[in-house]
Design a binder for this molecule. Structure first.
Ligand code: GLC
Length: 480
């Protein structure tokens, strides 16, 4: 059995991660009117850097989270391995992964230390992905980590959502619950009477309203549990945007064309309940647009320009959202460059790491976080509590502005690991006023500059030109 699983993992590895299922950004934004939500949202925008984690029984096979049980013929939904020949055999084997899930190395304090050291300030964790397996102790189904069918249930920390939230909250992280609205396990979404055809509900909710009502209750109750029994939660990150009222379908978005039925789960009711239990809760009804999408979530991409509303790019550190053995991780340079670009356009970076079946991360992830932390300790002051400022960027230079101040940071990104500074560095800033001081973070040297109108011209000392000693990105602090 172990051999088969290893083999499966190897076979799966070759195909996962090659395909990204991109979600489009919302086009119309409605700001929240609840004062507490406004405040939390503003506070969240200052945090800039968060940790995302996709973790479930799928991590044992190293497959694309949930998607191989979705009967659509897409790159990322392909089945591989010994059970793949028949859909039903495969789904049974996939759901049996519950009976072997035993991540005994689970130690959220280790994660929080690494994330905190890297400068991350919030966490979003998959409490339930599309496959319906609950990483929390729900009362609505037995398809959960705390069921006696799951070996890890005998562990004292088996309610991993609670453990993760507590560990991160203790270190002052904002807490986000990722929750998939679609659920490919419950009979109220995929009714066993019909075979599932695609990612959507497999019966017509208008024709079978009682069944749909049961699905609505199931969802409402699960979200209710997460909002009641897991301490303070700041963000409810709802994925699976095809579960939405028909009237909100955007016909220009390709993946939304497959939605045939109205899948209204009554967001006003869910949000009202959630906010009674968690005042000020940020709700992210991803891609649905409207008043329950408090921020938008461009996926695996960085918008070219600043957006006119709160947003967060979610991006994988490896190639995949969930654990794949030997996944290829982005370099510290690449991650820092993403962070700087995103922050210069006014957004947050939610960086994903997929824990493995043993309950720990790939050592490479720790290594990257360490390097990011080294950089953040010196340069983080130009990242947090900043806003976008025109001209946002010039070539390889990216600007941020410290809120309520006359301070601008100019980041020059490294090329192949090395930051190269030429004899003169030019910045063109329309902020106005006379420059009072320019310094280079992490470098204890006085810098000279000249200012002609919009143009600031910094003179770089010789030794800094040949060897800046700066990793990943240099940050100039310009005080007006
Ligand atoms: C994509 C994937 C989904 C994942 C999400 C994270 O939409 O399909 O599995 O959870 O990205 O943003």
């Amino acid at each position: 059995m172990k051999k088969t699983l290893t083999l499966l993992a190897i076979v799966f590895t070759t195909i996962t991660g090659l395909f990204a299922q991109e979600h489009q950004m919302s086009k119309s934004y409605i700001p929240p009117d609840d004062q507490l939500v406004k405040e939390k949202l503003a506070g969240w925008q200052d945090l800039k850097f968060g940790l995302f984690m996709h973790w479930g029984t799928y991590s044992q096979w190293g497959v694309v989270e949930s998607w191989s049980i979705c009967p659509e013929d897409e790159g990322w939904t392909q089945r591989r391995g010994p059970y793949s020949a028949s859909y039903n055999t495969y789904k049974t084997a996939y759901e049996n992964l519950q009976t072997t899930f035993n991540p005994t190395k689970f130690n959220p304090e280790k994660w929080v230390q690494a994330a905190k050291n890297a400068g991350m300030k919030y966490v979003v964790f998959t409490t339930k992905h599309h496959d319906g397996f609950c990483m929390f102790d729900t009362k609505q189904t037995d398809y959960k980590i705390t069921s006696s069918k799951t070996p890890f249930s005998s562990n004292s920390r088996s309610n991993v959502t609670k453990e993760i939230f507590n560990a991160f909250r203790k270190e002052n992280f904002m807490i986000g619950a990722y929750f998939s609205k679609p659920d490919w396990h419950t009979e109220y979404y995929w009714w066993p009477y019909f075979p599932p055809k695609d990612r959507n509900v497999n019966y017509d909710p208008a024709k079978y309203p009682e069944r749909w009502q049961k699905f609505k209750d199931f969802t409402y109750n699960q979200i209710g549990e997460l909002m009641s029994d897991y301490g303070k939660v700041d963000i409810l990150w709802l994925d699976g945007g095809w579960v939405r009222p028909k009237s909100t379908i955007d016909a220009n978005v390709d993946w939304q064309k497959t939605i045939t039925y109205d899948q209204n789960i009554d967001m006003p009711k869910i949000a009202a309940m959630a906010r009674t239990k968690q005042p000020g809760l940020i709700v992210v009804d991803r891609t649905v647009t409207g008043q329950y999408e408090n921020y938008t979530t461009p996926e695996q991409q960085v918008p070219d320009v600043p957006l006119d509303h709160p947003w967060e790019s979610c991006i994988t550190m490896g190639n995949s959202w969930s654990y794949v053995p030997g996944d290829h991780y982005k370099s510290a340079d690449q991650i820092i460059s993403l962070l700087v670009k995103i922050v210069s356009r006014g957004g947050n970076l939610l960086m994903n790491i997929g824990p493995g079946p043993d309950g720990d991360w790939d050592p490479v992830a720790y290594d990257r976080l360490q390097q990011i932390g080294n950089w953040m300790k010196i340069n983080g002051e130009g990242i947090y509590n900043t806003t976008a400022v025109t001209p946002y960027s010039e070539g390889n230079t990216f600007y941020t502005k410290l809120k309520n101040s006359n301070t601008i940071y100019a980041f020059i990104l490294a090329d192949n690991g090395v930051v190269t500074l030429h004899e003169k560095v030019f910045f063109h800033l329309k902020v106005g006023g006379k420059v009072k001081k320019i310094s280079l973070l992490g470098v204890d040297k006085k810098l000279k500059w000249a200012q002609y109108g919009d143009s600031i011209n910094v003179i770089i000392p010789k030794d800094l030109q040949t060897n800046s000693g700066l990793n990943n990105a240099a940050a100039f602090k310009i005080q007006f």
